[in-house]
Design a protein around this ligand. Structure first.
Ligand SMILES: NC(=O)c1ccc[n+]([C@@H]2O[C@H](COP(=O)([O-])OP(=O)(O)OC[C@H]3O[C@@H](n4cnc5c(N)ncnc54)[C@H](OP(=O)(O)O)[C@@H]3O)[C@@H](O)[C@H]2O)c1
Length: 316
């Protein structure tokens, strides 16, 4: 079969021929229809994801839409290197296959499922967002942040604040349903976060690093009732891998900081979320700007610059 293959962490994957996968006893052969090129795929292919073991060569790709030999259209996720979804065929554990109802095309699902899953797990399962509560999405301009805004609205959030870097994308976030937007690059970002998000119940945080330090100080410093529970869920680290957390922040405010990702969420939990989203996404109509690229052009797609909020999907 043809696949993308990473042979060096310094070079983009190359389109090449590799042996067909041989499914194990509990695995199913899936013909890949579409696979998203999202940050988890990039960090896995670069050997920098926290689950990476450094072994090469590997086929990149964490998830995708495919068809089984008996005709089921499925979504699958949680692939481990060296086997990935950027190939014509992949062997997937039977328990990781989620049947897809009609309603959305293969490419849209491949683009939207990973960011939607990140937001769904954070909002629904880590923060247990209740109708009427309010949410701050930190890093709202990316695909995951936009889905977080849409899904928070779907779950009945009363007020949604979207904070992000790219000004044009932030306007798109407002059109998706954010009640207020805060540009993270503004000189007065701390004041604006304090004004717009002082009393949020939940923060879905895709940025971490310096913007999170600033936002945590602004929000916890401005709460009208410091004892009111604030659930801060870290999901991504686009702005940096670490923060400095002042001890007093944890004493002076009732803030609970947790994370959501591979490990803190079990494989079964991830499959359960995808199963819920398979039905939900056609209703939510995910706002993803997709660029579809043939798999044979994977090397060029890897290097290409894409606009804020755009998702590349590779099609074998
Ligand atoms: N834990 C999980 O389950 C899970 C699942 C999916 C994704 N994630 C993580 O979530 C994050 C976002 O994923 P995604 O799918 O939305 O990626 P994406 O579509 O590529 O978007 C990434 C966004 O990050 C923003 N960004 C980059 N550097 C930034 C900085 N220094 N400050 C503020 N914003 C910055 C960019 O904002 P602008 O467009 O405004 O420039 C861009 O829109 C990634 O870290 C990803 O690994 C985690």
């Amino acid at each position: 079969m043809h696949a993308a293959l990473v042979t060096s962490f310094d070079r983009p994957p190359q389109y090449t021929e590799v042996p067909d996968p041989e499914p194990g006893p509990d695995e199913v052969l899936v013909h890949v229809l579409a696979a998203g090129l999202h940050p988890r795929v990039r960090s896995g292919a670069a050997g920098t994801h926290y689950t990476s073991d450094g072994a090469l060569p590997l086929v990149p790709g964490f998830d995708g839409v495919g068809r089984t030999e008996d005709g089921r259209r499925v979504f699958f996720a949680g692939l481990h290197a060296p086997r990935g979804s950027m190939a014509e065929l992949v062997a997937v554990p039977a328990g990781r296959l989620v049947d897809l109802p009609p309603g959305l095309d293969d490419v849209t699902i491949a683009a939207a499922m990973n960011p939607a899953m990140s937001a769904w797990l954070a909002l629904r399962h880590r923060a247990d967002l209740q109708p009427g509560e309010s949410v701050l999405v930190l890093g709202a301009t990316g695909n995951a942040g936009r889905l977080a805004v849409q899904l928070a609205r779907h779950l009945g959030a009363r007020r949604i604040v979207g904070a992000g870097r790219d000004a044009t994308s932030l306007e798109a976030v407002r059109r998706l349903g954010a009640d207020a937007i805060v540009p993270l690059m503004a000189d007065d970002v701390a004041e604006r976060l304090a004004r717009e998000a002082a009393d949020v119940d939940v923060v879905v945080d895709y940025v971490w690093g310096a913007p999170t330090e600033q936002a945590l100080a602004a929000v916890t410093g401005a709460r009208s009732d410091p004892a009111h529970l604030l659930r801060w869920v870290h999901v991504g680290a686009t702005a940096g891998p670490t923060i400095t957390l002042p001890a007093a922040t944890l004493r002076k405010t009732n803030v609970q900081v947790s994370g959501s990702g591979q490990g803190s969420v079990s494989s079964d939990g991830m499959v359960a979320a995808i199963t819920e989203l398979a039905t939900l996404l056609p209703q939510v109509r995910p706002a993803v700007d997709v660029v579809t690229v043939p798999l044979r052009e994977v090397a060029a797609a890897w290097e290409a610059r894409t606009a804020s909020g755009t998702r590349v999907v590779l099609v074998p």
